[in-house]
Design a protein around this ligand. Structure first.
Ligand SMILES: [Zn+2]
Length: 431
């Protein structure tokens, strides 16, 4: 069970390896935290009056940052709240998350942004609201982005739903560029997707489920990239699932340095053959694709096409997931399992340097959102994660702190896990 405590006045993390993802340095040093702030990093430190934690064999790094989570508050507190979502984040090594606005009501006004930030004050991770692009996420009328930005919105998205109308997307990028905030579009052309519930291909035919073709995503990603270029806006492409989308992003990045993109752990880990189990926790939008797409996404990570990993943590109740595959809700939780999954598939199976993976979870997402990213500076509030990179573990219900349990990783063998997370003057002992 995770144990969440107030940070001691003086805390020494001793004998570990400190990986600074900003400077890309890996050094055996001790880290002293005094009154919640980074005090010093030296070798062989001892302080009689400090609580000391042995970090031998562990890596101490920046707290992870997730640009894409659904904490369901307000409106669906039976699935998740800012408080329960924060515990899931801590268990996954995350100290900072951005919550998507597809709540009930959606976060589409300055007041709703203020509501989230008020509520987020008391929870143990840093939470930033993303404002809706359109009122009620209706896809037509642009929200008061400037006022929402003034209240603390860090980006805009209608996530869960695509901005289907190209002219609305164009205007969103134009407005967004006035505030230099990212526009994040859930790219799935609903006209091409139709009623697809899984990837369109051999498996959908075999299983008799309606298919969602790669083109539903990649055509809209292509449109958004072109609109980003036309408007000079900042486009961030979320949860890329197809070979073609990755290729379009790679191509556009050669000339447009403003484009950023994320990939989700499940699109790197699974291929659509797993849908044969009819496990509804594998039903997600965009869908888990073919093995060809999965390996193309892994290759794209290695080539640096994606800036960051984002979980798209999407909690649902048992009732919504116990339906047949056609009818079940889209989405899976992902915070607690994230590191064990991406470390296994990227570092262990595909030889991505661990340092690059950590950058994709720390400094890169913070840069995209304009958050402070020099976290090992003296005097900075401690926001860090201690990882056991060698741990082999089987993901179980006991590892889930989300209010919902819709994880497809149950009983999966994962590699590496966060063991300690520090944020907001609290320390979470995860195992
Ligand atoms: Zn989405």
């Amino acid at each position: 069970m995770m144990d969440l405590q107030l940070l001691p006045k003086k805390l020494l993390l001793k004998g570990g390896t400190i990986y600074d993802p900003l400077k890309d340095t890996m050094e055996k040093k001790d880290l002293l935290i005094v009154n919640g702030k980074i005090a010093s990093m030296k070798k062989g430190e001892n302080y009689d009056d400090a609580k000391t934690i042995d970090c031998a064999g562990k890596i101490i790094t920046h707290g992870f940052c997730d640009l894409h989570v659904h904490f369901r508050e307000p409106g669906r507190e039976d699935k998740e709240t800012l408080a329960t979502g924060s515990l899931a984040a801590l268990a996954g090594g995350f100290t900072r998350v951005c919550v998507m606005p597809n709540t009930n009501p959606p976060l589409d006004t300055p007041e709703s942004i203020r509501f989230i930030l008020e509520k987020a004050k008391d929870v143990p991770v840093h939470i930033h609201p993303i404002g809706a692009i359109t009122r009620q996420q209706g896809g037509t009328d642009i929200t008061e982005m400037g006022l929402m930005r003034d209240e603390g919105a860090v980006a805009f998205s209608d996530d869960g739903l695509p901005v289907q109308d190209g002219s609305v997307m164009r205007r969103a990028l134009e407005y967004g560029s006035m505030f230099d905030l990212p526009i994040i579009n859930h790219a799935e052309d609903i006209c091409i997707r139709e009623d697809g519930v899984m990837n369109e291909g051999f498996m959908s035919t075999k299983l008799g489920l309606s298919g969602n073709p790669n083109l539903a995503e990649s055509s809209m990603v292509y449109r958004d990239l072109a609109l980003g270029e036309m408007t000079g806006g900042r486009l961030h492409v979320p949860h890329v699932s197809t070979t073609e989308s990755a290729e379009h992003i790679k191509e556009m990045k050669k000339t447009n340095k403003k484009v950023t993109a994320e990939v989700a752990p499940h699109h790197l880990y699974f291929n659509d053959e797993v849908i044969a189990s009819f496990n509804t926790n594998l039903k997600v939008a965009p869908p888990i694709r073919s093995e060809e797409d999965r390996t193309a996404l892994v290759q794209a990570v290695i080539e640096g096409v994606f800036d960051c990993i984002a979980t798209d943590h999407a909690p649902h109740t048992i009732e919504e997931k116990e339906a047949s595959f056609d009818l079940a809700s889209f989405g899976m939780i992902g915070l607690e399992s994230c590191f064990g999954v991406v470390n296994k598939v990227l570092v262990h199976q595909n030889k991505l340097p661990l340092s690059r993976l950590i950058q994709m979870l720390t400094v890169n997402p913070r840069r995209i959102m304009g958050f402070k990213f020099d976290l090992f500076q003296e005097g900075v509030s401690a926001e860090l994660t201690v990882i056991d990179p060698k741990s082999e573990w089987v993901f179980s219900k006991n590892d889930i702190y989300s209010r919902s349990k819709n994880s497809p990783y149950l009983e999966e063998k994962l590699q590496g896990r966060p063991v300690l997370t520090i944020a907001k003057n609290k320390i979470a002992f995860i195992v």
